[in-house]
Design a protein around this ligand. Sequence first.
Ligand SMILES: *[C@@H]1O[C@H](CO)[C@@H](O)[C@H](O)[C@H]1NC(C)=O
Ligand SMILES: *[C@@H]1O[C@H](CO)[C@@H](O)[C@H](O)[C@H]1NC(C)=O
Ligand SMILES: *[C@@H]1O[C@H](CO)[C@@H](O)[C@H](O)[C@H]1NC(C)=O
Ligand SMILES: *[C@@H]1O[C@H](CO)[C@@H](O)[C@H](O)[C@H]1NC(C)=O
Ligand SMILES: *[C@@H]1O[C@H](CO)[C@@H](O)[C@H](O)[C@H]1NC(C)=O
Ligand SMILES: *[C@@H]1O[C@H](CO)[C@@H](O)[C@H](O)[C@H]1NC(C)=O
Ligand SMILES: *[C@@H]1O[C@H](CO)[C@@H](O)[C@H](O)[C@H]1NC(C)=O
Length: 800
Amino acid sequence: MSLLSALITVSGLMLHLCFCVLSSQYCVPRKTVPYASDLKLFKEDGIFNYSTMLIRDDVGVVLLGAREAIYALDISNISDKKSAVYWPVTEEKQRECANKGKDPEVECRNYIRTLHSVNDTTIYVCGTYAFSPICDYMMLVNGQLTLKGRQGEGKGKCPFDPFQRYSSLMVGNDLYAATSINFLGSEPVILRSSNLALRTEFKRSWLSEPNFVYMDFVGESFESPDGDDDKIYLFFSENAIEYDFYSKVVVSRVARVCKGDMGGQRTLQKKWTSFLKAHLDCPFPKPSLPPVVQDVFLLKHKDWRKSVFYAVFTPQSSLSQISAVCAFSVSAIRDNFNQGKFKTPVAVETSHVKWMMYTGEVPVPRPGACINNAARNLGMNRSLDLPDKTLQFIRDRPLMDEAVSPETGVPLLLKKGALLTRIVVDSVLALNGERYNVMFIGTEDGFIQKAVNFDGEMFIIEEIQVYENPEAISILRLSSSKGQLFAGSEFGAVQMPVSNCSRYGSCVDCILSRDPYCAWDMSSAQCAPVYSLSSNTALQSLKDGNVSQCPASDPVAVVDLNLVPGNNIQLPCQLHSNLAHVHWRFSDQPLPSTDKYYIYSGGLLILNACESDIGLYACDSLEQINGRTFNRTMAAYHLQLFSDPEEVVSTTPGTTTVPKTLFLTVSTTRDPGWDGKEPPLPETQNDMSRVSLLEVAVGLLSLLCLSLLGIIFWIWSQEHCKCFKFTKRPRDVEKRKQSGDYFQSRTSEIKLPGPESGRLCSTNDYHTAVDFKGNGNHFSPMANLSSLDGLGYIHDESEI
Ligand SMILES: *[C@@H]1O[C@H](CO)[C@@H](O)[C@H](O)[C@H]1NC(C)=O
Ligand SMILES: *[C@@H]1O[C@H](CO)[C@@H](O)[C@H](O)[C@H]1NC(C)=O
Ligand SMILES: *[C@@H]1O[C@H](CO)[C@@H](O)[C@H](O)[C@H]1NC(C)=O
Ligand SMILES: *[C@@H]1O[C@H](CO)[C@@H](O)[C@H](O)[C@H]1NC(C)=O
Ligand SMILES: *[C@@H]1O[C@H](CO)[C@@H](O)[C@H](O)[C@H]1NC(C)=O
Ligand SMILES: *[C@@H]1O[C@H](CO)[C@@H](O)[C@H](O)[C@H]1NC(C)=O
Ligand SMILES: *[C@@H]1O[C@H](CO)[C@@H](O)[C@H](O)[C@H]1NC(C)=O
């Protein structure tokens, strides 16, 4: 035991050493909802990569594309398969593909990547088809799918490589696709397949090893005073041409083309004359390389000027575990393209080119502009009429000088931990008639973060685990009208409601959840969906979390417990929020965590109890909401002397005498408001002999530890602080499995009260427990170790 504990301590310290700085601006989800087995799931044996989806609200169907299969699923229960078509590659194709050096079982398969509605009954579908993409039409009639078998060329519509990111969009009968059009994946294009096909130039200044992420349509011609055209916006990342770095730097981009573009007459023949791109900036807190856009969602507004793109960004360096969400208004992007300055290549020295702001004269009509009234007044009705001067300018300078900045100047959300992957946003009408934009963001480890930004205050309402195993969410779709979310991963697709108000059992819980979907219904005394309620009989307080109008709740019942002198006593106390901090009182005096009273998130541990410990204990939950502290008592215990130690263990419900076990509890982050006192090492006080034993053991082990140090340092120097490899956060569920029954709840978290603690967006309180029972079987890699705040031994072999 001592050996292992020493090893764990040492390795923990080492991880601590190489953990990089934490700051206090990262959001922690208020509630963690563990995986529930009643979640609606769809998967089929032998089928993987459920990562293309088309929601058909109109016919109540979710179309799901996977590897060599397409399903029509019931939108109200995706476990209910209405029909399926299977579209495997032929053996011959597979062999051909394998002969070209691709993995036959993985790459030489048919991954469905494209699903677009053509009309009510017809769907356009494309697959990678063993590195030889093809497309087909599919009928959807009464939930039944049939492939037409009219296979057509998929090149330029669907990627060859199933691992390559890609985006496409159907506008009318035209398919816009951003993909690679060759086997090697080295020829990226943004292509329109229509009677008048157009594509991008093969120039590094247009696209440089891009990673296409998202495409959407904005109907800017609608009531346009200057006769402007509709646009297709595209988001991607690529190698920067504008930075002077020794190594490649990736930047995020937004680009657009005009729907009515027909290409140029001589210059830019069959190429976009309206391709413009700009750097998309989402400022990360620390000076860092530009973050990389991972997914985008267009929150549409009736007035397109008020539509907003929400984008998820992750760091360029794999060492960092920060993700962010930034929002960009369509108007701001449009202004940049319509009025901004251009960048131009300037030759410095012989071969070196620097991209700088273009200060010369800009030709008329403005390069990259759609055909609008101004152009029409010049007699130019089509892009074919544009003068060479305008076209040559845009051919050589598609990049705007200025970056597009987020609406609020700063991210709407900053999150540390498992990286964010996909985003959808719902606009929710709250009880007071205001609209709130609720973000649902998938993570790398199978969670969905449900977040809002209340006037600059980042708030994660809850995180919901939708996959039992940590799988990356590779697609996320929303049916706003049905109030359902759909997520896909390699191993299956799941469905969950946008809210489950019944999770909040009391008025205070309901209000403090600050969930725009939920309000407290006074008449039925339950937390219910807002759309079913009226503001006369319901309560909601989103910005303030003001519970003053909630009916007074019953005081907590005091539980009587027996105290056996010399024993350890556990008083459980479960907080309802990850943002709350626990505060214990003993006879109405604050009870600090000491080496006798050991406070952890699951309760209080009184070590080596004695007669002076009898009395009244109360556990308060302190939660900061919008700068105010909300104090509520969660549990109360009355300890009284019990003289017959023989009966204690079996007859005292609610209390647990800590068994013969050594606990080592490691809290991973330092509380921002923590006063710096070292956490307790309880046994040092009472049992000197055991302490020295441990010391001796540790002494004996120092050699071993040193070699471990060496190994860790070696790994560290090899991997450049790849501690983040360990950062899969062991979730509560898992931790509960590990930690046995001694502590009823989140054994692993230790929260110490402090003035700044409980901040809404405070340091990620990621804690983890190492609870090992003699044989060390339960040791799991420690996650996010930044410090060893809580280190407690309980070792009471002789105490019973
Ligand atoms: C969903 O469909 C599956 C398969 O048809 C069925 O077993 C399950 O009971 C349904 N769930 C609900 C909530 O209707
Ligand atoms: C839907 O589109 C397909 C393919 O273009 C066409 O063959 C079919 O007639 C159309 N159906 C309807 C109802 O418009
Ligand atoms: C598809 O899923 C399988 C099984 O998890 C995985 O091995 C493969 O890499 C996935 N393919 C893609 C293109 O993601
Ligand atoms: C442009 O359209 C206007 C009005 O439709 C027409 O009078 C004019 O001749 C057209 N110009 C060209 C160059 O086609
Ligand atoms: C909502 O939450 C309650 C309580 O946790 C649970 O019993 C119920 O199944 C959930 N409902 C849905 C639709 O997920
Ligand atoms: C909470 O609501 C009550 C009643 O509406 C109001 O009197 C009080 O000022 C509010 N408190 C805060 C902090 O907003
Ligand atoms: C919380 O409330 C309890 C009882 O109302 C009170 O005794 C305690 O001092 C309060 N705690 C703080 C930190 O205000």
